[in-house]
Design a protein around this ligand. Structure first.
Ligand SMILES: O=C(O)C(=O)C[C@]1(C(=O)O)C=C[C@@H](O)C=C1
Length: 380
């Protein structure tokens, strides 16, 4: 009974808050109109600070911290409401509009595509699932792929970004900072690893195994069962297979795709050696220009945040206010900085939403780094 009574009181307070919220947002709109006339920016950081200071004192301990979070959220909503009213066309809004107009309605069947590794790599499998007739160029490193796309040597590039068992491909995330590119598609590929060796080599003879560190990580449980075997990391699984095939040694093996068996004349010592049967890797397809194909329902962003309490929380709150589902948040240290981080967001969102494009415009106008990586759909 007591609980019910308290809830009735809470309902009353909530109704008062709702009325006051409406009143506050209406005043915020009046401010937007005045700012439009005076050609003033929406954000006024010193005014926000002043309000926070006053409210913290009024509320006092122990609720002052909670009140600051509440008022910061109110400022976010207030600014977003003002920006929607003013709906200034942002650079990013214009670029998105242009890309929507100029991108062909169908994803190309043919293209020159950059992949890391050699024939038989998982990137090649992803590439062939995306393009019907690709002309594939192979590069030694992931950096080579970014470079080939940025320089225009290849129209598109394929890069692995995360695996369902072993997590993100850190090197690819780190390289994103250094290159101009856009994501135009993503693809999920089921990955089954095999242990391949030259014909005649038995599992008990194997003294050294070569592979990419992601594949080694995904096969950790299997590798633990082997005794006295050296594990050597190399840039690519298919390159590891090629190396084993060309080696003079009879005590080496590679973890790679089964496709490498026929390609390099190897035999399988074991199949499906990854930790889980549900082992998937996500690849992105990158291009130099912003291309947004029909059906794009994902958006990726890269940004830095100020070193202030709850700045990540406030960034996430902006997306939450629009009902956007964040599907991935990756943070990578910025080398040489004092523990600064680059944040990568993937979200389920559409560039056809004016509110979302508006928010992207606001983020672009903040002093911190903000990069719109693209809007695309994922092939499964
Ligand atoms: O006072 C202003 O200039 C407003 O725009 C209002 C408001 C607020 O909601 O209180 C909103 C945004 C500004 O950054 C500061 C304060």
């Amino acid at each position: 009974m007591k609980l019910e009574e308290i809830r009735k009181d809470i309902d009353k307070v909530d109704s008062q808050i709702a009325d006051l919220f409406k009143e506050r947002m209406a005043l915020s709109l009046d401010i937007a109109k005045a700012k439009q006339e005076g050609n003033l920016p929406v954000v006024n950081a010193s005014r926000e600070k002043e309000i926070l200071h006053r409210i913290s004192n009024e509320v006092g301990e122990p609720l002052d911290g909670y009140a600051r979070i509440l008022f910061n959220t109110l400022f976010d909503l207030s600014r977003s409401y003002q920006n929607n009213y003013l709906s200034r066309v942002s650079d990013i809004g214009e670029r998105i509009e242009k890309a929507l107009e100029e991108t062909p309605k169908l994803f190309p069947k043919k293209a020159v595509v950059a992949c890391q590794g050699v024939e038989g790599s998982y990137s090649q499998a992803a590439c062939e699932k995306l393009f019907e007739v690709p002309s594939t160029m192979y590069f030694n490193s992931f950096e080579g792929v970014f470079n080939a796309v940025e320089k225009g040597l290849c129209q598109y590039g394929i890069l692995p970004i995360e695996n369902s068992s072993y997590g993100s491909v850190g090197t690819v995330y780190d390289l994103m900072r250094n290159y101009n590119f856009h994501i135009v598609k993503s693809i999920r590929l089921r990955i089954n690893h095999s242990l391949l060796a030259k014909p005649g080599t038995k599992l008990k003879d194997v003294k050294e195994i070569f592979s990419h560190e992601q594949a080694i990580g995904q096969c950790g449980e299997f590798l633990k069962t082997l005794k006295d075997v050296k594990i050597t990391i190399c840039e690519n699984t298919a390159r590891a297979a090629k190396m084993v095939a060309e080696s003079e040694r009879d005590d080496v093996a590679a973890i790679c795709s089964r496709d490498c068996m026929e390609l390099y004349g190897l035999e399988s010592l074991n199949n499906n050696i990854q930790v889980s049967d549900n082992n998937y890797t996500r690849f992105i397809c990158i291009s130099k220009n912003l291309e947004i194909y029909p059906g794009a329902n994902k958006i990726s962003l890269m940004l830095t945040l100020p070193h202030r309490p709850s700045s990540l929380y406030h960034m996430i709150a902006k997306f939450a206010a629009l009902g956007v589902n964040l599907t991935k948040l990756e943070s990578r240290p910025v080398p040489g900085s004092d523990f600064e981080f680059m944040f990568y967001f993937d979200m389920e969102a559409s560039v056809y939403s004016p509110e979302l494009v508006n928010l992207l415009g606001q983020l672009e106008n903040q002093p911190e780094l903000f990069v719109f990586l693209g809007s695309y759909s994922e092939t499964i």
